[in-house]
Design a protein around this ligand. Structure first.
Ligand code: 5GP
Length: 221
């Protein structure tokens, strides 16, 4: 769904294709947030899934843009009402993906980008495998990962140390993903994500418009 017009993308009045769900996961600090931001800025057909979280807002974060910040009671209510496509506890806090914006975007032929952890990716795979393409971003080295976490200056030393110790557990999930990118360089990694997105959009099953298009070709129209 286009955030400005909410009009579907159409060809000859038909929705040209079903949108896809592009999941980006990585240990914190491997660069997925930067990659997501760059990709969204250049691609009008891609929207970000804004998760709900019980985590406190970090400096610089915006409610409704980075996350919807909710309390635990609201989060539990959303789970009970089945308003979340997936949800998980990551580190000390709860995170989840609201279902309605995702379904609306897919039906309108827009793609949705998810910055979620391996637990969420696994749940999406079970629930919506046909719509999913998943990418795991690896850091080039442990040292580089630590440097990136420290340079964010958003988290305390204690949180950085904790995230470093969690990183190897997260990295062990790499083999559950469709695509793996080692983020040596942001521009190179971005190019690789673009290539994946292009190929995934061209998959036959996603090009819903083709059935009628080919029929017209066969009819000589
Ligand atoms: P952060 O607190 O640094 O923003 O995110 C911590 C972790 O939670 C990251 O690995 C991020 O990908 C993951 N995360 C963010 N939103 C969601 C969500 O809706 N579902 C799941 N499963 N993980 C999420």
């Amino acid at each position: 769904m286009n955030s400005q017009t909410s009009e579907p993308i159409t060809l000859d009045g038909e929705v040209s294709r079903r949108g896809l769900m592009l999941v980006l996961s990585s240990p914190s600090g491997a660069g997925k947030t930067t990659l997501s931001r760059l990709l969204l800025a250049e691609d009008p057909d891609l929207i970000m899934s804004v998760s709900v979280t019980t985590r406190p807002k970090r400096p610089g974060e915006q409610a409704g843009v980075d996350y919807e910040f909710v309390d635990r009671t609201t989060f539990d209510l959303m789970v009970n009402r089945r308003q979340l496509l997936e949800h998980a506890k990551v580190f000390d806090h709860y995170y989840g993906t609201p279902v309605d914006p995702v379904e609306a975007a897919l039906a309108a032929g827009r793609d949705v980008l998810f910055d979620i952890d391996w637990q969420g990716a696994q749940q999406l795979k079970q629930a919506k495998d046909a719509d999913l393409a998943s990418i795991f971003i690896l850091p080039p080295s442990t040292k580089e990962l630590e440097q990136r976490l420290k340079s964010r200056a958003q988290d305390s030393d204690e949180v950085v140390a904790r995230r470093m110790s969690e990183a190897s557990g997260e990295i062990s999930r790499w083999s559950d993903y469709d695509y793996i990118i080692v983020n040596h360089d942001v521009e190179d990694a971005l190019e690789q994500v673009r290539a994946i997105l292009t190929a995934e959009r061209l998959k036959r099953a996603r090009q819903t418009y083709l059935v009628n298009f080919v029929k017209r070709l066969q009819d000589g129209q």
